[in-house]
Design a protein. Structure first.
Length: 114
């Protein structure tokens, strides 16, 4: 069982930045594929970014060049640095851990608005 706790969401103006954090429990965090997903009102949950245990990353086309996913295995934490935020980035952002089984955090709201 893995527990995931997200933090760092909030309200930001267009063009601003936020950094999301996801702290994980468990001693084998380093083995998990970690991801960030988001869900906007009325839309399906979608993958934003993913990072493997070996540090390989992939991103949704809509966030490439603006968002960066990273992990600190010593702190059992995964981050999502979000720059040049746009109103269409507004959503609840969820942390995900996958290693055969799949675990989700409770989500953190990101609102991009002037």
């Amino acid at each position: 069982q893995v527990q995931l706790v997200e933090s760092g969401g909030g309200l930001v103006q267009p063009g601003g930045s936020l950094r999301l954090s996801c702290a994980a429990s468990g001693s084998i965090f380093r083995l998990y594929v970690m991801g960030w997903y988001r869900q906007a009102p009325g839309k399906q949950r979608e993958l934003v970014a993913r990072i493997t245990s070996g540090g390989i990353t992939n991103y949704a086309d809509s966030v490439k060049g603006r968002f960066t996913i990273s992990r600190d295995n010593a702190k059992s934490t995964v981050y999502l640095q979000m720059n040049n935020l746009k109103p269409e980035d507004t959503a609840v952002y969820y942390c995900n851990a996958y290693l055969g089984n799949e675990f989700w955090g409770q989500g953190t709201q990101v609102t991009v608005s002037s």
